[in-house]
Design a protein around this ligand. Structure first.
Ligand code: B1M
Length: 210
């Protein structure tokens, strides 16, 4: 019975049926399934499948966005219960689009995937200057500072941010991504990780926090 609820939840999430996911989350809670199980075996495992499909070009941005919306609908039910059960996030990640850059669709997808994978995500928004990343690293003590850039002209701001973190004496791990970036560029600027897409960002975050 409980397995059936989780299976239906996964299917509904992957189809982006937000109301159905919400209903099944409530049903799962009423059936005394643990919040952790609902989160891991229902919501996160479905989002992982979507991530893999997105990586393989089997689904595209709109499908990911509606799946993420369904995930959020389920999370709204689980969040208060997670707090009560004291279920720990896998880690905390501050994410932002770097200074001078206003593109946020990819960054938002990265946030959704990371949340879907069980991370606490602090979204710093767009046009985030190095000082704001440094302050976030000081105030929130995240495991990772994650930066997105879509313009060749703003890629340099990633290096400025990494340099500013070092100058502030912080050793917070950094991860970068965005269409014009390459793994080589990430290495050159001293980033700890690079991910070409939102699903790979989860893999990279898992590697960095391991
Ligand atoms: Co802009 N724009 N844009 N734009 N825009 C591009 C990026 C561009 C390639 C278009 C082009 O000329 N062909 C070009 C950049 C050229 C370059 O420098 N290489 C460009 C330009 C030039 C500009 C302006 C300068 C145009 C102008 O005003 N003259 C201007 C700059 C504004 C600014 O930022 N200061 C500008 C403005 C805009 C809009 C505001 C109109 C709008 C942004 C709306 C918004 O984001 N809210 C916009 C859009 C929509 C685009 C295109 C069409 C689409 C970008 C997008 O959202 N893609 C884009 C052309 C294109 O890509 N076809 C273009 C979908 C998204 C899911 O993909 O963001 O790549 P993407 O994210 C991916 C990966 O990159 C990766 O994962 C995501 C999902 O797989 N990823 C990460 C991203 N961040 C990551 C972080 C990670 C890991 C992975 O770890 C931290």
């Amino acid at each position: 019975m409980s397995e059936q609820i989780l299976e239906s939840m996964k299917e509904s999430l992957m189809k982006g049926k937000a109301d159905e996911v919400k209903r099944l989350c409530n049903e799962a809670v009423a059936s005394k399934l643990s919040v952790e199980q609902i989160l891991n075996e229902g919501l996160i495992s479905a989002m992982n499948i979507i991530g893999k499909k997105f990586k393989n070009n089997e689904v595209y941005v709109p499908e990911v966005l509606i799946a993420a919306r369904a995930m959020n609908a389920g999370m709204a039910i689980l969040k208060p219960l997670l707090k009560e059960a004291d279920v720990k996030a896998k880690g905390t990640i501050c994410v932002g689009t770097v200074k001078g850059d206003l593109h946020d669709i990819g960054k938002n997808l990265v946030c959704m995937m990371l949340e879907g994978a069980g991370y606490e995500v602090i979204d710093l928004g767009v046009n985030v200057d190095p000082d704001k990343f440094v302050n976030a690293a000081k105030e929130k003590s995240p495991d990772i500072i994650a930066m997105s850039a879509l313009l060749t002209t703003t890629m340099g701001s990633m290096k400025s941010t990494i340099d500013a973190l070092k100058a502030a004496g912080l050793s917070t791990k950094t991860m970068v991504g965005g269409a014009p970036l390459t793994d080589n560029f990430a290495k050159e600027i001293g980033a700890d990780g690079y991910a070409p897409d939102a699903a790979s960002a989860v893999d990279m975050a898992n590697t960095l926090v391991a």
